[in-house]
Design a protein around this ligand. Structure first.
Ligand code: B1M
Length: 211
């Protein structure tokens, strides 16, 4: 790997928020494409963060800082990626379900999925089933991610899946769910396509659906 792309990877891992813009400009000056910066600099960095987070060697604040670092670079290369028609891994919408205001885990999942190369539309928290349906119509994602932190709001996930069925959209998207009270058994019961217990696993699961 080139020095500058390796430096970008390291800066993501270290959550070096302040240097990302300069490093990204340097890589562009060295004639690396936005796609190279994403595929060979930022994504390997976030992959490493995911592995360390899952292993318990990195913690939420550090992962959030890595994600912010990645964002600072993405802000510069996103328009270039769009111009060049470069391919992202896939498109995903993510939200916390109706009645639920917890969004820290959801944000982390969104950032890790962005780190895995997804174009992520974060539609926010306290999202009604109908709003998920409208977002699917608007963004045409490959994947919907739903987060719930309360036992009382988990049912909204089921209602959202029903609303997708009623709108004739269920076959068009994969639904992945997660959040502290959510389990694989619950995911199977409500007919989701997959469950992940943490942000790194959610990104791996999302990738497995588009590869
Ligand atoms: Co709330 N809260 N809270 N709270 N809160 C909990 C969840 C609770 C367990 C605390 C407790 O009682 N011990 C409890 C829920 C009990 C239950 O239902 N089983 C609780 C309660 C009761 C409440 C209120 C009802 C309190 C009240 O007002 N009486 C209220 C409800 C408000 C509402 O939502 N309508 C409430 C409010 C709040 C705050 C607003 C104050 C704040 C949220 C701020 C925010 O998110 N912007 C808050 C917080 C911070 C918590 C705790 C302390 C921390 C949650 C958190 O952010 N964790 C929490 C107790 C705890 O967990 N220790 C608690 C860090 C985050 C990174 O983890 O979100 O689990 P988590 O995400 C993980 C995984 O779950 C997974 O990946 C993430 C990272 O690896 N994951 C996914 C999450 N979403 C995923 C989606 C996926 C895949 C994986 O695929 C799409």
């Amino acid at each position: 790997m080139s020095d500058i792309l390796a430096e970008l990877s390291t800066a993501v891992i270290e959550g070096n928020v302040d240097d990302m813009a300069d490093l990204t400009e340097d890589a562009l000056d060295e004639d690396f494409s936005a796609q190279d910066i994403l595929d060979k600099g930022l994504m390997p960095g976030m992959d490493h963060v995911g592995v360390e987070f899952k292993a318990g060697n990195m913690f939420v604040p550090e992962v959030l800082r890595s994600a912010r670092a990645m964002h600072n670079s993405m802000d510069l290369i996103r328009p270039l990626l769009a111009e060049s028609g470069a391919s992202m891994t896939g498109k995903m919408i993510i939200g916390t379900v109706k009645g639920d205001l917890h969004d820290i885990g959801k944000n982390l999942v969104g950032m890790m999925c962005e780190g895995a190369g997804f174009e992520v539309e974060d539609i926010g928290k306290n999202i009604e089933p109908e709003a998920f349906v409208e977002a699917v119509k608007k963004y045409e994602p490959n994947i919907i991610g739903m987060s719930a932190l309360l036992t009382t709001t988990m049912r909204s996930m089921e209602h959202t899946i029903k609303a997708l069925e009623e709108a004739g959209l269920r076959d068009k998207v994969k639904v992945i769910i997660g959040g502290a009270p959510v389990t694989q058994t619950f995911s199977d019961q409500i007919g989701a396509d997959g469950y992940a217990s943490n942000a790194a696993s959610a990104a791996e699961l999302a990738k497995s659906f588009v590869n």
